[in-house]
Design a protein around this ligand. Structure first.
Ligand SMILES: Cc1cc2nc3c(=O)[nH]c(=O)nc-3n(C[C@H](O)[C@H](O)[C@H](O)COP(=O)(O)O)c2cc1C
Length: 188
């Protein structure tokens, strides 16, 4: 079956917002990707799932590198701008610069990175494949810069949300009761 965009089902997923930067036939570019995930620690691999005909995908396939800039709370505007226009038509980097957004040159790859992101990752493509309606691209992280105090923004139900508080413990057992229960259900 298909997952309908904006459906009740789709609204149950919660993600980061990755601002994906690239360079290539469409020039320097940035797009928003909620489907940005860490998929391995050793080595550190990040997967993005993006439109096959996006300027970003075409740039990345040409150069085999891309930047992941994890959006912090103040980056919802950048996400909306970069996620609703294509680098095939608009130079989103110069547009954002005119709005006061700052970028810097990546250390290991020839890509522009967003200054002040919660986390900046410079990635080299190790694998790509068309999966369903998207292109899965997995990149190995070559270099990272973290802004420790920055809080990443959450994307869910089509809106941006803040990471606020801890969820209260839902099960009311004491640690001792839980350990006794675990002992009872231990596989021999
Ligand atoms: C918050 C947000 C998250 C998005 N996440 C994705 C995503 O994960 N994958 C995708 O293909 N498009 C996603 N989009 C849409 C792309 O960012 C959009 O199609 C963009 O125009 C592509 O830009 P490009 O053609 O310059 O690469 C998202 C848009 C927004 C606003």
């Amino acid at each position: 079956m298909d997952l309908k965009y904006g459906s009740d089902e789709a609204k149950k997923f919660v993600t980061n917002v990755g601002l994906i930067t690239s360079n290539g036939k469409h020039g320097e570019n940035i797009m928003a990707a909620e489907w940005t995930h860490v998929v391995s620690y050793f080595p550190w691999l990040v997967m993005i799932n993006i439109g096959m005909s996006s300027a970003t995908a075409e740039n990345i396939l040409e150069t085999n590198v891309f930047g992941v800039n994890i959006a912090a709370e103040e980056h919802n505007g950048i996400s909306s701008i970069s996620g609703s226009r294509s680098g095939k038509d608009i130079n989103k980097i110069s547009m954002l610069k005119e709005l006061g957004v700052e970028f810097y040159g990546a250390k290991e790859i020839n890509v522009t990175m967003l200054k002040g992101a919660a986390l900046n990752l410079e990635c080299k493509v190790i694998r790509h494949e068309n999966i369903g309606s998207k292109m899965m691209i997995i990149g190995e992280v070559l270099h990272s810069e973290v802004r420790k105090e920055a809080v990443p923004i959450i994307f869910s139900s089509g809106t941006y949300k803040k990471v606020t508080d801890f969820v209260a413990q839902s099960q009311k057992m004491t640690q001792e009761e839980l350990e006794a229960l675990e002992k009872k259900h231990k596989k021999s």
